[in-house]
Structure formats: C-alpha cells, structure tokens
Design a protein around this ligand. Structure first.
Ligand code: NAP
Ligand code: GLV
Length: 309
C-alpha cells in the first residue's frame, strides 16, 4: 500500500482508482509534509517547484487535476525521475462551451445589461439600448489550435463565423495564420487557447492589443499571464477595444483592480472545466494515472514520458 497525498476535494467516485492505497488529504502542497508520500494528486493552485520536490524523497508521480501544468516544475521532477501527469482531452468540450459563453457574453456585454436590470436601473425597451457586436458572421481568431482551440472552432461553424487560427507550427488546415500580429488585426473576436510557458507569458501585450480593431473582443480561458492585464484594463477603460471575456487571472484568486472596474469586462472565476461530469472525469484520470505509476504501468498522459523510458 502506497501513501498518496491529495491537496483537493475530489467529487464522489474520483478516488476509486486509489482504493488500494492510503490517501492523506492536505489543503495544499505547502501545508503538506511530502517526505513520506509516494504520490501527489494536486491542482493548478499548488506550486510544485524544485524546493517542494527537493523534500520528496519517495515521490514517484505527481498528477495534476488540470490540463495546464504551468504550476509544476517539470524539469525538476524529471531530474528526480518523478512522472508528471495531467488531464488532457476530457475537458475540451466543457472548456470550449465556457469560452463560447464568454464570446457571446462579451460581444453583447450581457454582464453590464444584467447589472443594470438587477440594480433597478432598467427603464424598458429602447431602440438605442446597449448595442453589442454580432457574433454570427464575425471573424474569430484562435490563438492556439490544439484540443480546446479546435473545439471552439467547431462551435464557431454553427455561428457561420470565419475562423482564423495561429500556432507555432503550421497546421495545414484552412485559416492558419503564421503571423500572430496579422491575426490580432484581422479578427473581430480573439480567443486564447495556448498553454502558459515562458514564450506565451504576456503574449498579448499592449502592442498586440493595440493591433486589435476598436470593435474587437478578447476572450481568455487559457491562463491569466498570457495577457498583460494592465494593458488590457487600460484598453478597456480607454475604449480602445469593445469588450473582454475573462476566466483566468495572473494572480488568482486576486483580480487586477482595474479589470474589475473596466467597461465591457465579463469576468468569471476560472470555471472553464467546471461541469459535474467533466470534473469527475478529470479526477478519475488523475487518480488512475497515480494508480498506474504505482503499479508499474504506463499512465495515459505523462507530460515527461522520458522518465518512464
Ligand atoms: P493543447 O492541445 O496542447 O493546445 C495548445 C495549442 O497552443 C497548440 O495549438 C500549440 O501549437 C499552441 N501553442 C503552444 N505554444 C504556443 C506559442 N508560443 N505560440 C503560439 N501557439 C502556441 O492544449 P489544450 O488542451 O487545448 O489547452 C490549452 C490551455 O488551456 C491549457 O494549457 C490550460 O492552460 C488552458 N485551460 C484552461 C481551462 C479553464 O478552466 N479556463 C480549462 C482547460 C484548459 P504549437 O505547439 O504548434 O505552437
Ligand atoms: C484548467 O485551467 C486546466 O488547465 O485544466
């Protein structure tokens, strides 16, 4: 029986693959003594860096209950021959649904309209009230065209949108734009679907926001730090872009104060993958990965497979 540290509450059934093991719950890796843990199940809010891993003498596997793994120092884990696993695939459609919800909500600025109604300020239907931007027929620019970016593109088909996409490697698919600046300038709606890496940190900075149309909408369900939030807040306050739909923030759970007050900002608390079925699927994928590594089997989604070679 191995000892598995768990830093989050999993939905009922999420722990089933670990039935043979001792599971110890801790609120975060920082609050945990991981020196006698054989495995760690954690989330994107846990910073698993070289210092944390240095104290993990027995650790064989870290399973992140998330697809993004920018919270883990994978190189430091590999150096210690610790397998790192994530949860790709099972959350694509749910996250794409949420990205599309933000595309719609930001383009029609529904949060402001609802706030007016709830505050008692609505005076009835008027022709000139709250004109938004049409989503149907608009040009959607996807930055990152992996699992989630492609799932958003499938939804855009139903809205008769023209879809452009950008990634480092040509996809060979219609709509590929090699130059990100060109996509930023051409799109009516830009939606971000890249992982957070040293290359994508502040990929959307003041200069790139400045390339967007004044009528454009920015949607971020990737990671907060992919966008320079100060620059985005400034652009919204100055009316240099129309709106933004944001699910992720650079310093979660705190939200840039100028974004909180920015006109046209629709702000959600990192709920991209938050559906009942998807959160269970993520939990089971992560705990199954731990069970597999502990049993000497190859897990389904190692991010550093070289450690298993
Ligand atoms: P994925 O399948 O790995 O796709 C990533 C895409 O980004 C690929 O097209 C990749 O293509 C591109 N890319 C990577 N680095 C790039 C760069 N420097 N410049 C331009 N394009 C780049 O990932 P995914 O499963 O779709 O997930 C994407 C991200 O969404 C995750 O990493 C996570 O941070 C975020 N996410 C958020 C939520 C939420 O709750 N809001 C939920 C799930 C995921 P190339 O390699 O060819 O560049
Ligand atoms: C959520 O943000 C994830 O990366 O799964």
């Amino acid at each position: 029986m191995a000892r598995v540290l768990l830093t989050c509450e999993l939905p009922p059934g999420g722990l089933d693959p670990l039935a043979e093991h001792e599971v110890v719950s801790r609120p975060s890796v920082l609050a945990a003594d991981i020196s006698d843990a054989d495995a760690l199940v954690c989330t994107l809010t846990d910073t698993v860096d070289a210092a944390v891993l240095a104290g993990a003498a027995r650790l064989k596997v870290v399973a992140n209950v998330a697809v993004g793994f920018d919270n883990i120092d994978v190189a430091a884990a590999s150096a210690r021959r610790i397998v790192v696993c994530n949860t790709p695939g099972v959350l694509d459609e749910t996250t794409a649904d949420l990205a599309f919800a933000l595309v719609l909500a930001a383009s029609r600025r529904t949060s402001e309209a609802e706030a007016e109604l709830r505050s008692g300020g609505w005076r009835g239907w008027r022709l000139g009230d709250r004109p938004g931007r049409d989503v149907h027929g608009a040009t959607l620019g996807l930055v990152g065209f992996g699992r989630i970016g492609q799932a958003v593109a499938r939804r855009a088909e139903g809205f008769a949108m023209r879809v452009l996409h950008h990634s480092r490697h040509p996809t060979g698919r219609p709509g590929y734009v090699a130059d990100l600046d060109e996509l930023m300038a051409a799109a009516d709606i830009v939606s971000l679907h890249v992982p957070l890496t040293s290359e994508t940190r502040h990929l959307v900075d003041a200069r790139r926001i400045g390339l967007m149309k004044p009528t454009a909408v920015l949607v971020n369900t990737a990671r907060g730090a992919v966008v320079d939030e100060e620059a985005l807040a400034e652009a919204l306050h100055a009316g240099r872009i129309f709106a933004a739909g944001i699910d992720v923030y650079e310093n979660e759970p705190s939200v840039h104060p100028r974004l909180l007050g920015a006109p046209g900002a629709v702000l959600l608390p990192h709920i991209g993958s938050a559906s009942v079925a998807t959160r269970l699927a993520m939990a089971r994928l992560a705990t199954q990965a731990v069970a597999d590594v502990l049993a000497g089997r190859h897990p389904e989604h190692p991010v550093n497979p070289e450690v298993l070679a």
